[in-house]
Design a binder for this molecule. Structure first.
Ligand code: HEM
Length: 471
């Protein structure tokens, strides 16, 4: 209950704005319905006035149970009201495609204003139209397979340093994976040459992150205030790095900053800073959560772990010496490990859903989605539907020996805002697991079962674990 209240408080400004807009829209929809012309709203329940079904959602402890129950009762499109916002949830591949791909222009991304301020209002996630397309070109170019393939040895060096620091220690797997993912993200953004600034940048980012979910009250002493101060400093650090690069006239390269600087329609320093910070944010907890689940699932399924070890040992043996670095081509041979990554992302579905907002009244399959309502494609429900994945709760990487049906597997989203970092995420997971599987052992126990949400689904307490070198 405490957590519930805290959550509601944190989102208060968002909640009030939504509640006001939402009730106005509901009245409008009802009014049109009264003259007999309007389309019906989707089935579902709007719960109590103002709070809607927020309490039911949070008291279920696991939001996925709430969504699954609703889907069973009302079908793949239903309405509800959470955190002050009237919402339409969609859980069929067709409806998710409608919202994210074919009619994406009718649904804009939506975030609370305080989060936008903290990450940077000009960051890619919050945009639509030409500016979004422009950013997307630059970001996708930096994270394309052609750009990242040369960074395999540098990612491998980060992976080896991480594993070495865990050896024989009881570590919090999630926290360690976050550090690994942060280091890889910084490498892919700045390359290997900006090390002078990187330590301070990391510290500022960590302070920003601590304040991200705090009450948005910008008063000295609060976490939010500290986070906003760090955000300002982060902007200054990125500006220093940019001017140092411009002085060196070193604008070509394959990292993200080079992609931003080597652009005819140049971005401003503030636009670059917002997007650099946004990418770190997008890259870190997501990748770390999937890596943590992989450790858990492999520990729980010894036969799958054995197959991964065999595959990785085969690749290790094919190298001339133990020190020979991994290559991009080696990672393309990691088919079993890639299937484990896919199955981990399906079962864990760390991003259970995403948020959009209807920019005008939209008709979908005879239902009205009113302007201003939130629309949530429920990725997890799609990934856990027995229609698309038989025995969906079973962890079985072999199901990915056959490609899933179109639009049924969307761990990286779909359409205009789908994840441009997906190749990098997969690469860093493969590289880390190559060394983890060949050089280390770990084991999970029943006492480590359980899931927490914060906001991504994670093994309980971040999966405390001891990794020990095999030799
Ligand atoms: C396993 C790890 C990851 C997962 C599961 C993941 C998942 C996602 C998803 C589902 C979206 C779409 C959200 C939406 O439609 O609202 C997204 C967007 C995004 N991701 Fe990832 N991501 C991961 C790693 C990364 C990495 C490593 C980077 C960058 C290095 C990255 C950068 C981004 C960016 C910039 C966007 C916003 C794209 C846009 O709005 O056009 N992600 N990610």
């Amino acid at each position: 209950m405490g957590a519930f209240l805290l959550f509601v408080c944190l989102l208060a400004p968002f909640v009030l704005a939504c509640a006001f807009r939402g009730s106005r829209r509901r009245r409008a929809a009802a009014a049109t319905a009264a003259c007999g012309k309007a389309l019906p709203l989707p089935p579902g329940s709007m719960g109590w006035p103002y709070v809607g079904e927020t309490f039911q959602l949070y008291s279920s402890k696991n939001p996925n149970v709430f969504f699954a129950r609703k889907q069973n009762r009302y079908g793949p499109i239903f309405k509800t009201h959470i955190l002050g916002c009237p919402c339409v949830m969609v859980s069929s591949p067709e409806a998710a495609r409608f919202v994210l791909v074919t009619q994406a222009h009718l649904f804009k991304p939506t975030f609370p204003a305080s989060k936008e301020r903290m990450l940077g209002p000009q960051a890619i996630f919050f945009q639509q139209g030409d500016y979004h397309a422009h950013l997307r070109r630059l970001v996708s170019r930096a994270f394309s397979p052609e750009s990242i393939r040369a960074s395999v040895p540098a990612i491998e060096a980060i992976a080896l340093r991480s594993l070495h620091s865990w050896d024989g220690q009881l570590v919090n797997t999630f926290q360690e994976m976050k550090l690994y993912a942060l280091n890889v993200a910084l490498l892919s953004i700045f390359g290997e040459e900006e090390m002078g600034y990187i330590e301070e940048l990391k510290q500022c980012y960590l302070t920003l992150e601590k304040g991200y979910n705090s009450m948005p009250v910008n008063v000295p002493g609060t976490l939010f205030h500290k986070a906003m101060k760090s955000r300002k400093r982060l902007g200054e650090i990125v500006a220093h790095i940019i001017s140092a690069r411009r002085e060196r006239r070193q604008q070509r390269g394959s990292d993200l900053l080079a992609s931003f600087l080597d652009d005819r329609e140049a971005l401003t320093d503030a636009q670059i800073a917002d997007n650099v910070i946004g990418v770190i944010f997008a890259a870190r907890d997501t990748t770390a959560s999937v890596l943590t689940w992989m450790v858990k699932f492999l520990g729980d399924h010894p036969s799958v772990l054995k197959a991964v070890i065999e595959e990785q040992e085969e690749i290790a043996k094919s190298k001339g010496s133990a020190d020979e670095p991994l290559t991009w081509a080696d990672t393309r041979r990691m088919r079993m490990t890639s299937r484990v990554i896919q199955e981990t992302m399906r079962v864990a579905s760390i991003l259970s859903f995403t948020f959009r907002e209807a920019v005008e009244d939209v008709e979908y399959q005879g239902y009205l989605i009113p302007k201003g309502w939130k629309v949530l494609p429920l990725f997890r429900n799609i990934h856990h539907s027995p229609d698309h994945f038989p025995c969906p709760e079973k962890f079985d990487p072999s199901r990915f020996e056959v490609a899933p049906k179109p639009n049924t597997f969307m761990p990286f989203g779909n359409g205009t805002h789908s994840c441009p970092g997906n190749e990098l995420a997969k690469l860093e997971m493969l590289v880390l697991f190559h060394h983890l599987a060949t050089k280390y052992r770990w084991s999970t126990s029943k006492s480590e079962s359980g899931v927490q949400f914060g906001p991504f689904a994670l093994p309980l307490n971040g999966l405390p674990m001891t990794f020990t070198r095999k030799d």
